[in-house]
Design a protein around this ligand. Structure first.
Ligand code: UT7
Length: 324
């Protein structure tokens, strides 16, 4: 019998404070027009003082568990994808575990920057297929507002804060692409590209948190080339093609990257979930946020074939093909 990791529930959290593009034009040489035209971003949410990656992840986790109709001790594993943890250690996932009141199971973080949720989903799938967990809570949560250089117009206008979560559950499948659940994954990284997108501080170097640095144009070039390739690789592995795709749920960094990837995959934009206008780039949180918003809006439905794809610092990139 084939085991599949099936999505049982999804949830999200966005901080209350919404910051429109105009807010940046007051103090930087930028404009709403430039940001919209070059990125598709119109607004983003920023965490309030006292809100953290773990506090946002916890609300998203509760939301996903409620949607799944499960309690905290029904879950065996909590995996949080984040590059902006509350503390150097312990893992944000253990804070979520405690916050939920879980008294069993295990919890750990995954750090693959903007591709973090795809990496976490693939790892959760592997744990479920290996029989090490029956149910896993997979969360993407970020507080990028805490690592931005507010004097750098080329980066600070792009990012936002938030969290999204899914509950995966082992279920029997037929071993065909008609099964519900995760059908294939494709993960990649190339550490030679580290200078393109990184944070210039850390525990064993500066002893500081640091700030985000990015060569945007170069990252853009790699993104357009690599995202369609990884999505195709995952579809191939699942025995499917672009024609089978009901929804692409891409990492939300830039509408032009999202559109170029969809075009390379020959999937029309009507079948792409886009939230970048409202959330900005929330790094590892962007895909579960987009999934949750699309499910709440009744767009993604049971049986739909969904492709998620993401790329970010490392560089690290990948895709997950799943049937909802
Ligand atoms: O999530 C992780 C992955 N990250 C990404 O996927 C981000 C990928 N990169 C991008 O999304 C785009 O490259 C950016 C949005 C970052 C930049 O857009 P672009 O079309 O690639 O612009 P550019 O970097 O080629 O810059 C064009 C011009 C430059 O001015 P000059 O040199 O032509 O005079 C920039 O200095 O736009 C200028 N510029 C701005 N102008 C107004 C850069 N940022 C801004 C700004 N407002 N905020």
């Amino acid at each position: 019998m084939t085991v599949r990791a099936v999505v049982r529930g999804v949830g999200h959290y966005l901080p209350a404070r919404v910051v429109p593009n105009e807010a940046f034009a007051d103090r930087l040489a930028t404009s709403d027009e430039w940001i919209r035209a070059r990125t598709g971003i119109e607004r983003r949410h920023f965490a309030a003082a006292g809100e953290t990656t773990a506090s946002m992840a916890l609300v998203a986790a509760r939301d996903a568990l409620a949607a799944a109709g499960l309690g905290p001790d029904d879950v065996d594993a909590v995996i949080v994808a984040t590059s902006t943890p509350d503390l150097t250690f312990p893992a944000v996932a253990t804070m979520v575990q405690a916050g939920l009141g879980m008294t069993r199971g295990f919890a750990f973080d995954v750090q693959a920057v903007c591709a973090g949720f795809v990496f976490a989903l693939a790892n959760a799938n592997a744990l479920i297929l290996a029989g090490q967990a029956r149910r896993a809570l997979v969360i993407g949560a970020e507080t990028f507002s805490r690592i931005l250089d507010w004097t750098d117009r080329t980066t600070c206008v792009l990012f936002g804060d938030g969290a999204g979560a899914v509950v995966l559950e082992a279920a029997p499948g037929s071993g065909t692409p008609l099964d519900r659940g995760i059908l294939a994954t494709d993960l990649n990284s190339d550490g030679r590209l580290r200078e393109l997108l990184y944070v210039d501080g850390g525990v064993s170097t500066t002893g500081t948190v640091g700030q985000l640095r990015m060569q945007g144009r170069e990252v853009f070039r790699h993104a357009v080339e690599k995202l369609a390739a990884t999505a195709h690789a995952a579809l191939d592995r699942a025995g499917l093609t672009s024609a089978d795709v009901a929804w692409i749920v891409p990492h939300q960094a830039n509408l032009r990257i999202i559109a170029a990837t969809a075009s390379r995959m020959q999937v029309p934009m009507e079948r792409v979930v886009v939230t970048v206008q409202d959330h900005g780039n929330t790094s590892a949180a962007s895909i579960p946020l987009a999934l949750s918003v699309a499910v709440a809006a009744g767009r993604i439905r049971t049986g739909d074939l969904v492709v998620t794809e993401a790329i970010g610092g490392g560089m690290a990139w990948g895709a997950v093909v799943l049937r909802w």
